[in-house]
Design a protein around this ligand. Structure first.
Ligand SMILES: [Ca+2]
Length: 441
């Protein structure tokens, strides 16, 4: 508590008197009145007769004292009055408040605890009642907020542990497991179907009637002309026609794709690439379901023959080729490369078609996040993000400008480099074909 200034002032005055009294007690000699009055206005003198015991009465005469006080001191009385008035007002208000609270308690509806809004309650309930409700609501919301914050914190921790490198390693792990399973299923399926076929053969078919799984089986029985043949790669599925190349590198090749002259449009939807389209004797795509059955039936190698408009012919050979089923979006698996045209299917780390899903203009399974490579490059293909090879691109009869959506093989001499005036070159002919890995012509 701060003491008023006048309190300190009066204390100082009293202390000064005290000091002077003590000082005069030390002065035994009494000077004559005149001189004393002149030098010191304060006097110590005897008053009356001394008693027989020897004690003498004395008195101290003090001069009149004038102390200059601050002007505000004069308002002290007023201030004290105001303070008193204020105190009374506070007391009155406190009492009124207590009365009001008692009244509110009397009017409170029992059991009602929902949050009310201005205008919805009785006038008497609008005070403490509503404040209490608001307080409890605020505390409820605050505790909910805290819970949500805690949950968010936990989720954030989990998100940190699921970092992108983790996802990549999981993807690689799943890939390798799928590849292993595919190999096991293929070998089991091969054993089972050959056994089933031989039983059927004994019961209902002539001994010489074999199931031709692919063109190499026709080669084995002596067929040497490149023609259309009917094959049954999987006895559980229906047979279909294929074009067989019985000349290239010993023959026995089942052709999956051919480009010659632009007579067939290759900008087509998913369903067309699934079922196959075109003319087997000219330009065509055999069909992803058929390619899957053929590559599932036996371990296959892939040969790609290419020719440009200058008559240059080059090839690429992959010692493994497998296309998964539709459920796995016809994912591509290719083995090691050999040949003269360059390994455009596995160009580098960023452009690698191996292990990529099939995409079409109407089905985006590529690795390009902000668009559909199939639509942009007018083709169905195992796009990465997006391509270093696209043998199903548009057919151009000469050099072209704009989007590089022609028949493209990125490692072809000069094909990836910038041409004068921005022209791009395309291939004149392309052919993709497969043959069993262990086939000996
Ligand atoms: Ca995409």
């Amino acid at each position: 508590m701060k003491l008023p200034e006048w309190y300190w002032l009066s204390s100082a005055v009293l202390a000064a008197y005290g000091f002077l009294v003590v000082a005069n007690n030390d002065t035994e000699e009494i000077q004559d009145d005149e001189r004393a009055k002149a030098t010191c206005p304060m006097r110590l003198e005897s008053s009356g007769k001394c008693s027989e015991a020897g004690g003498c009465p004395y008195q101290v005469s003090l001069p009149p004292l004038t102390v200059q006080l601050p002007q505000a001191f004069g308002r002290m009385e007023e201030v004290l009055k105001e303070v008193q008035n204020l105190k009374e007002m506070v007391n009155n208000l406190r009492k009124a408040c207590q009365d009001c609270k008692l009244q509110a308690d009397d009017n409170r509806e029992p059991g009602r605890n929902g949050l009310r809004f201005p205008g919805t309650g009785a006038a008497g309930e609008a005070g403490d009642n509503r404040v209490e409700e608001l307080e409890s609501e605020v505390s409820r919301l605050s505790s909910e907020l805290k819970n949500a914050k805690d949950e968010l914190h936990v989720l954030h921790g989990r998100l940190d542990s699921l970092s992108l490198p983790n996802m990549n390693s999981i993807e690689n792990y799943v890939d390798s497991k799928v590849a292993n399973l595919t190999f096991v299923v293929n070998s089991l399926d091969g054993k089972c179907s050959s056994k089933c076929a031989s039983q059927e053969q004994i019961q209902s078919r002539p001994v010489q009637h074999l199931i031709y799984k692919d063109c190499s089986d026709y080669y084995v029985i002596g067929k040497r002309s490149s023609e259309i043949y009917r094959v049954t790669p999987d006895p559980k599925n229906s047979s279909f026609e294929v074009y067989c190349d019985m000349e290239t590198m010993g023959g026995g090749w089942t052709v999956l794709q051919a480009r010659l002259d632009g007579s067939t449009n290759f900008t087509r939807p998913w369903q067309d690439y699934k079922a196959g389209f075109g003319n087997l004797r000219r330009e065509f795509w055999l069909g992803n379901d058929k390619i899957h059955l053929l590559t599932k039936s036996k371990e296959m190698i892939l040969r790609i023959d290419l020719e440009d408009f200058n008559g240059v012919k080059l090839y690429a050979l992959y010692n493994q080729f497998y296309v998964a089923n539709e459920f796995l979006k016809y994912r591509l698996h290719v083995g090691h490369y050999n040949g003269t045209a360059g390994d455009a299917l596995r160009f580098n780390k960023h452009y690698n078609h191996d292990l990529k899903f099939f995409s079409t203009p109407d089905r985006d399974n590529d690795r390009y996040p902000s668009g559909n490579c199939g639509r942009y490059y007018s083709s169905g293909w195992w796009f990465d993000a997006c391509l270093s090879a696209n043998l199903n691109g548009k057919y151009y009869h000469q050099k072209y400008k704009g989007v590089r959506n022609g028949i493209f093989w990125g490692t072809w001499p000069g094909m990836s480099e910038a041409q004068p005036n921005g022209y791009k070159s395309s291939l004149k002919e392309a052919k993709m074909m497969i043959r069993p890995k262990h086939f000996k012509p």
